[in-house]
Design a protein around this ligand. Structure first.
Ligand code: ATP
Ligand code: MG
Ligand code: MG
Length: 569
């Protein structure tokens, strides 16, 4: 609920609605379709879409597709899927490229107003002329071109007459500005590259700042939320909105109206917030792409990846991610969030919701010698210890069960609460068992335990309340189902994999134990899961049936998170 969240952006929105500055708010989430969305984007999505939902406004999904070389329809599809999966729906789906004609007409207008000029300096010369933080820049020798010459050259740029990089259209602002973004920034560049939405129609493409500001204005965005690194761009954003003045020039929007795209001409306000950083993670699309391209992970949706697709496959739920983002809050303070906060949100979300099941990762046979061979019964277990609404299930039990190999110790360390020769433990929901005999192979490896089930300790009996040290999970050997259990851990073994000091890169910090595959065994009620169904496997953690590889006949589960945080701080 909106009342619950008190961050500075929600306060601005409340004030703007209370003062009547806006009757309703409009926001947008503007990803560039050059990669899959990652956990950082989840913060922006929850803010952009969440705000609109809380205040009865509208939020558009806009593909910021002004840089054709790296963009791909594959990403356009995936981003839509991810936004919906997180639980949001856009009011309108847009592409910045839908507005290319308007951007172009507005640029001609800037030229006519004397606010833009065609510059023949090379990229390298532009850098040289730009100056530094302490030294003002120098004006381009082409800055004084007449309006007619500029219009002619710009039209010929658009017609494809010049080579890539030969000319740019630049805003005429102030080469002495203390803000380098205002030193005659480029508005258009020549780039003869096919575009995923507009094909070969355009040999020139607008620059991000220009396209973003005008795109927001066209869509009637009231609050344009972005991350802090754009704070220094805000004066340029405002300059573009004011000088293009779409509101004062409705004719500029006609190309859109003609195509049936509703367009308006608002004066959007850019507001910056701090981006999400998490330790033990990399989050730039460039690095995530490299992990995939170099085979360091098994694709964009590898469960160790920080992409939404990866987190989803790992077993993160939309509710867990929204809870995580809520806990972060919104501010202008840059910080690094501890990875355990992300895992904590998942645990808290799943503890209440996940049905319980039993699975054994590293099975050791335990024969209950006092039960007859072939003995079979069906026990009834609650699916959740605290919530009856999750119902019950049938759990098969027989005279042979699998227990976890490391729940038995011939020579127990101090404080051991699990099974030892001659000792007793409770088999969860089945009764108390004593270990009578340890069977070994020729090499001395333990292959089987033999024990006795206390017949007076069966579920519901008085003797079941007898105190014993430990309770073990187990799976029936007769009807348990072999399963592949993928045990994941953090992809990086250092808190700051982006730290490149000492000549290292994030590739040098990969955790060699981030993926372990075990052949385990699970109870039938877990094997029958649908892909993406999640459980708590008792004592082992939260697991999810793999979205791609799981089938009831050949189950594959990914561990989403352990039950407790086992990483030392
Ligand atoms: P990257 O730097 O990972 O390539 P980007 O910022 O270039 O990401 P965009 O597709 O341009 O990716 O991002 C779309 C929106 O998501 C932008 O508004 C951006 O500010 C926001 N965003 C991206 N990364 C984060 C983050 N780590 N935390 C919060 N918001 C983010
Ligand atoms: Mg970007
Ligand atoms: Mg980026």
């Amino acid at each position: 609920p909106a009342e619950g969240k008190q961050d500075f952006i929600r306060q601005i929105v409340r004030d703007d609605l209370a003062s009547g500055k806006h009757l309703a708010i409009r926001t947008r989430f503007p990803p560039e379709p050059n990669g899959y969305l990652h956990i950082g984007h989840a913060k922006a999505i929850c803010l952009d879409f969440g705000l609109a939902a809380e205040f009865g406004g509208r939020c558009n999904l806009r593909f910021d597709d002004t840089n054709p070389a790296k963009e791909d329809p594959e990403f356009v599809q995936a981003i839509q899927e991810d936004v919906r999966w997180l639980g949001f729906e856009w009011a309108s789906l847009r592409h910045a490229s839908d507005y290319f004609e308007v951007f172009y007409l507005a640029a001609e207008k800037l030229i006519r107003q004397g606010d833009a000029f065609v510059c023949d300096l090379s990229a390298e010369q532009v850098r040289e002329y730009r100056g530094t933080l302490t030294a003002p820049g120098r004006e381009s020798p082409f800055r004084g071109r007449s309006v007619d010459e500029n219009l002619d050259l710009f039209r010929r740029m658009r017609a494809g007459e010049f080579a890539d990089g030969a000319r740019t259209l630049r805003a005429k602002i102030d080469m002495a500005s203390g803000n380098i973004n205002l030193r005659d920034p480029a508005l258009y560049r020549i780039k003869k590259v096919a575009h995923q939405n507009t094909g070969d129609a355009w040999p020139i493409y607008p620059m991000y700042d220009y396209a973003h500001a005008l795109g927001d204005a066209i869509e009637g965005i009231t609050h344009s939320l972005c991350t802090l690194e754009f704070e220094d761009h805000r004066p340029l954003y405002d300059w573009c909105v004011e000088r293009a003045d779409l509101a004062g020039d409705p004719g500029l929007l006609e190309p859109l109206i003609a195509r049936g795209l509703p367009a308006e001409a608002a004066r959007p306000r850019q507001i910056e917030f701090s981006r999400l950083n998490i330790n033990y993670a990399v989050m730039s699309k460039r690095k995530l792409s490299a992990l995939v391209a170099d085979g360091l992970v098994q694709g964009w949706d590898d469960p160790r990846m920080y992409t939404l697709q990866g987190l989803r496959r790992r077993g993160y739920t939309p509710a867990a991610l929204r809870l995580f983002v809520d806990r972060l809050g919104i501010s202008k303070q840059n910080s690094v969030i501890d990875y355990s906060v992300l895992e904590g949100a998942l645990r808290d979300e799943l503890d209440a919701r996940a049905a319980r099941r039993m699975a054994v990762v590293d099975p050791l046979r335990l024969v209950l010698a006092n039960l007859p061979d072939g003995h079979a019964e069906t026990l009834t277990f609650s699916n959740h210890p605290k919530d009856e609404r999750l119902g019950q299930r049938a759990v098969p039990f027989s005279n042979v069960v699998w227990i976890e190999r490391d729940d038995f110790a011939e020579v127990p360390p101090k404080g051991w609460k699990r099974l030892v020769p001659g000792g007793e433990v409770r088999l969860r929901g089945a009764g108390i068992v004593r270990c009578d005999e340890v069977i070994k192979d020729a090499d001395g490896a333990i292959v089987e335990l033999r024990g006795t089930l206390d017949p007076a300790s069966r579920p519901g009996m008085e003797g079941a309340n007898r105190k014993v040290k430990g309770t073990l999970h187990w799976v029936d050997a007769a009807r348990g189902v072999p399963a592949e259990l993928r045990l994941y851990d953090r992809l990086f073994s250092v808190a700051d994999p982006d730290d490149e000091s000492g000549g290292l890169t994030y590739r040098d910090h990969l955790n060699p134990d981030s993926r372990r595959v075990a052949r385990g065994v699970i109870e039938p009620a877990a094997a029958q899961a649908a892909p993406e169904q999640g459980f708590q496997f008792e004592r082992l953690g939260y697991f999810v049936a793999d979205r791609r590889d799981h089938a009831p006949g050949a189950p594959v589960f990914n561990r989403s998170v352990t039950l407790r945080d086992t990483w030392a701080a």
